[in-house]
Ligand binder design. Structure first.
Ligand code: SF4
Ligand code: SF4
Length: 494
């Protein structure tokens, strides 16, 4: 047993209102500089939709993540021996059209335009060249709220049934907020020839050392989530840093702090690094269970001893015991990883959306009152869509989660209306009354400090062995502890 600590974010998709406050909070703090205009370390996508960059999930095209090669996992983007050949040309990088040409508006013209017969307008200017842009053709959320549009929905690589998009009245729409997943097996780290990317031993945050990065962009290709960006001004790679300067002082990430829907949870999990290699070799459909299996019970004395041997402090152990992430992922099994089949072992988890709960059988509230719970397959969100998004294609895993969420909704509706539901409703879904009340509290009335349990870092107190120890999987990841090297704000602002 080799137990290590990882800081993790979870998202309750039913509660996301698509307001993008999180994206703006992140951008204002971290990527408001020259060269970073098109970077959205946090972005919110409308689903079904194309995402950002467009169709990032299409690994046939982008070749990100890992593949199983016999009894090994290898990078899809970079088979051994091709590193040198691809050093100066990488065919799988997204193009600017896959992102968008960043723009601003010429607001000065509104007040400063010479007198004329026309109302002055603020035309669009390219933030790269400064030249006027005749027609804006895209942005980071160009298809925002257009999940019901056939134009965009049919470009979603996860949509199992293309006919569905033609039926406007039955299509569903939901939001998908995304940050870097700070993966346990990060392909970005493994791909870097300069060894500039690394995963911190103390909390698992994945960072780019700006002093070491040489701008080869292997990481941009290798990340299947396209969460590493190339700064065209500094010539270096940049990515979400999990707000480590905030987290190190016990504060929550800016995106989570600002989240209007209170959909985000932040906490610590303990995982067994000895189990990672076996988990990676599982079939796609088995990966969710394998990932749950990596997360250890923080109340188990053996787990605590192993973690302590690796330098995990008492504060972190206590945080792991009270972690909302442990509760959602492991205890109640309602949170799922985004595209586990990419095999980076992403450490962001999603509670899938039930909404809208109108089923083909009729209005859900009426069905609930009649004691008839709509079947999962009758929900407007197709199970196979969620399975492709969150479960390596395994519909049974999604159904188990959806059953729990439906049972919880039925049970709590009964409680709140003074018409208690049949206890069987919960037990059939693998819950009991106590679990339902705990989950309900987490989803609704839990305060800030219950949704976000972040221990302060005490790096100077940590055992030197931990700092040297590699986080994640074997030789593929690297850990550095020099605090001064961690900043990604090395590039100067203009
Ligand atoms: S591979 Fe994982 S850790 Fe690396 S940038 Fe992509 S999402 Fe982040
Ligand atoms: S701030 Fe919260 S509710 Fe608003 S888009 Fe972001 S994740 Fe969704």
């Amino acid at each position: 047993m080799d137990v290590r600590a990882q800081i993790v974010m979870a998202f309750h998709l039913d509660k996301c209102i698509g307001c993008h406050t999180c994206s703006l909070a992140c951008k204002n703090i971290w990527s408001d500089r020259r060269g970073t205009e098109y970077m959205w370390w946090n972005n919110v996508e409308t689903r079904p939709g194309v995402g950002y960059p467009k169709r990032w999930e299409d690994q046939e095209r982008f070749r990100g993540g890992w593949k199983i090669d016999g009894k090994k996992v290898t990078l899809k983007s970079m088979p051994k021996g091709r590193t040198l050949a691809n050093l100066f040309f990488q065919p799988n990088l997204p193009r600017i059209e896959d992102y968008y040409e960043p723009f601003d508006f010429d607001y000065g013209n509104l007040a400063g335009a010479p007198e004329g017969n026309d109302q002055p307008v603020a035309g669009a200017l390219s933030q790269v060249s400064g030249e006027p842009i005749e027609q804006i053709k895209g942005s980071a959320n160009w298809d925002d709220d257009l999940g019901g549009s056939t134009l965009y929905a049919e470009w979603d690589p996860n949509l199992p049934n293309r006919e569905l998009v033609q039926k406007f009245d039955t299509i569903f729409m939901q939001y998908l907020p995304r940050i870097c997943n700070h993966c346990l097996h990060p392909s970005c780290v493994a791909s870097c020839p300069s060894r500039a990317l690394y995963k911190r031993g103390e909390d698992g945050v994945v960072l780019v050392d700006q002093n070491t990065c040489r701008g080869w962009r292997f990481c941009v290709s290798a990340c299947p989530y396209k969460k590493v960006y190339f700064n065209w001004k500094s010539g270096k790679a940049e990515k979400c840093i999990f707000c480590y300067p905030r987290v190190e002082t016990g504060q929550v990430n800016a995106c989570a702090q600002s989240c209007v829907g209170r959909i985000r949870f932040v906490g610590v999990v303990l995982y067994d690094a000895d189990l990672v290699e076996a988990a990676l070799l599982k079939k796609d459909a088995e990966l969710v269970e394998a990932m749950r299996g990596l997360i250890m019970d923080p109340h188990d004395p053996q787990v605590q001893q192993s973690a302590a041997r690796n330098g995990v402090s008492m504060q972190w152990l206590d945080a792991a015991k009270n972690s909302p992430i442990y509760a959602l992922v492991k205890k109640f099994r309602v949170a799922l990883p985004l595209h586990p089949e990419f095999r980076t072992l992403p450490m962001t988890w999603y509670i899938p959306s039930l909404a809208p709960v109108l089923s083909v059988l009729g209005d859900t509230h009426r069905l609930l009152d009649q004691g008839i719970i709509p079947k999962v397959e009758n929900l407007r969100v197709p199970v196979q869509y969620l399975a492709r998004l969150l479960a390596g294609g395994n519909g049974a895993v999604v159904e188990e989660v959806m059953q729990k969420l439906l049972a919880l909704r039925t049970f709590m509706r009964g409680e709140n209306l003074g018409k208690p539901a049949d206890p069987e409703v919960l037990s059939r879904a693998g819950l009991d009354r106590e679990a339902a009340l705990q989950l309900y509290r987490l989803f609704t009335t839990a305060g800030f400090n219950e949704r976000n349990v972040i221990p302060p870092q005490q790096r100077e107190d940590q055992a030197p062995e931990l700092r040297r120890k590699e986080a994640g999987f074997g030789i593929l990841t690297r850990v550095k502890s020099e605090r001064t090297d961690l900043t990604q704000r090395g590039g100067k602002d203009d």
